[in-house]
Design a protein around this ligand. Sequence first.
Ligand code: SF4
Ligand code: SF4
Length: 217
Amino acid sequence: MYEKELHDVLIGEGADLAGFCCLKDVKNAPFPYAVSVAYKLSDSVLKTIDGAPSKMYFQHYRTVNTKLDLIALRAVKFIEKKGFQAFPVAASQSVAGRFYGYFPHKTAAVLSGLGYIGRNCLLITPEYGSKVRLATVLTDMPLSPLSPLKEFDCGGCLACVAACPAGAISGKTPSLSGTREDFFDAEKCSDFMKTFKDVGRGAVCGLCIKACPKNKL
Ligand code: SF4
Ligand code: SF4
């Protein structure tokens, strides 16, 4: 009953996409429902990634994470005022083992119908391809998806596999029922990014986003 109102609040706060899902089929989910929020990265900034990570993308990535965290806080405020619990999962964090946040953003986003997981291990949305970042709010407020689940739609494309200098993307088809390690090596990705210390601490790469034809850059 709160979906439309909360969706409008989140879009009003600057989210590009917002959705909701039930987590009853997700093993060990700490709350029964989730809000998923996506913020689109700047096309102009992504174009500065030219064969190597860029300082402009590094700064933009951090700013977008902060914006997402603020949008998530607005969702928390809305939900708590209605008498429910709300737990924000930060846009970027490793708190549940290396490279794992408290709850996987992409699981919430896929179940909310925002997109599917591409071979590059990123959410691919119909509207913006993989040029989005995500935040999640876990809650006991009953919320239903506003959009149907999206089918895997990478087809035979392997552009991100070819573009990744770290060899982190296997090319296998991702599945929510499997693990990330089945198709993506986060350690290789992280190790590669650490070689760009001049770009920034904990640098981000983005070559696989730049290469994805779904982004229409
Ligand atoms: S961010 Fe860079 S290193 Fe990591 S998977 Fe994408 S292309 Fe490979
Ligand atoms: S580059 Fe191709 S295979 Fe990789 S995520 Fe984008 S569409 Fe899928």
